[in-house]
Design a protein around this ligand. Sequence first.
Ligand SMILES: [Zn+2]
Length: 318
Amino acid sequence: MTYTIGPVSCAPGERVQGLIPVGVSTYGVDLGIPLIVINGAAPGPVLCVDGGVHGDEYDGMEAIRRVLAETDPATLRGTLVGIPCVNAPAFEAAARTSGLDHANLNRIFPGDPDGSYSLRLAAAFVEQVIPAVDALVDLHTGGAYGEIAPLTIVQGGYEELATGIGLAAGHPLIWKGGKWGGTARLSALQAGKPAITVEAGGGTYREETVALHVRSVRNIMRHLGMIDGQAELLDTYTEVSGTFARSSAGGFFLGHADPGEECKQGDLIGRVVDHYGAILEEIRAPQDGIVLWVRRIRTVRTGDEVVIFGAVEGELRP
Ligand SMILES: [Zn+2]
C-alpha cells in the first residue's frame, strides 16, 4: 500500500525524499522537516528515526542517512521514515537552539502552529509526523557542550509502551528520565506510540558514536520484525535517574570523571578554576552512582550545567 506522510507519498518497494513545509526562509527557500522514506515491499510497522532536534548533535544525523542508504526496500517489512535533521535553523547556527528564535526545540513540544518558527516546527511534527508513524526513535548526543554516556531514555510512566524498543536500543543504562516535558518523545508517547530517546557521545562528531546509533536503530528494526535476524538484548540493564549539577561560579571547567564512570559518594567529578588557577568550586558525587554527562566546553558561567549524575534505581532483566 502507498504510504503517505505530510506531502510525501511512497509506493511499496520504493524510496523517496521530500519536505514537510513549515515556512520560507528570507532567502525564499522552503523551510521544514526533511524526510527520507523507504516503504518496504512487505507490510509491517512504520518506524520513524529522527536526529538534529538539537542542531549541534551531528552523529545521529549521519547515522540516519547511513541506515536509510543501507536499507533495501525489497527486503524491508514495513516503512522506515528517516528525518536526518529536524531543526535545520539550529543546524545552520551550529547550535543546540534555533538560529531563528533561539528556542530549545526539545522543550517546547507540542508547539503552536501560530507561534515562532520553532513552535510551528514542533506543531508540524505533532500534526503530520506522529500520526503517520507507529514508533519514534529520537537520536541525540551530549551536544557540542558536553559528552554523555551511551544510554536510552525511557520516560517514567510510559514503561509499558517504550521499554521494548528501549532495551533493543542496546545500551546498558536506562535513564528513567523525562520529568521535564516538551519533548518529541513525550508527544509521541501521549499519542500512544512507543518512543525513546537514544543518547551517545557529544563534544564533537565521532564515527564511533555514529556506529553506536546505527547499531541501535538496526537492532530496533530487528526487534520490530522489519529486517531479518533476532534482536540482541543484554542480560541486564541498569536503571538510573539523573541529577543536574550547575556551577555556582563562572570560570574554567576541568572534568575529573568521564561519562559512564562509576563514582562513590564524595568523589571529585569536576572543578571550576579562575584564570590564576584558584579553585572556585568542586563538583562531587552526591551519592554512589554513575556519571551520565560531563561538560566538555571549558568556558563555564554561573548557572551553567557541568555534570549530570546518575543514581542507580535498579536492575532490569528482559
Ligand atoms: Zn539533544
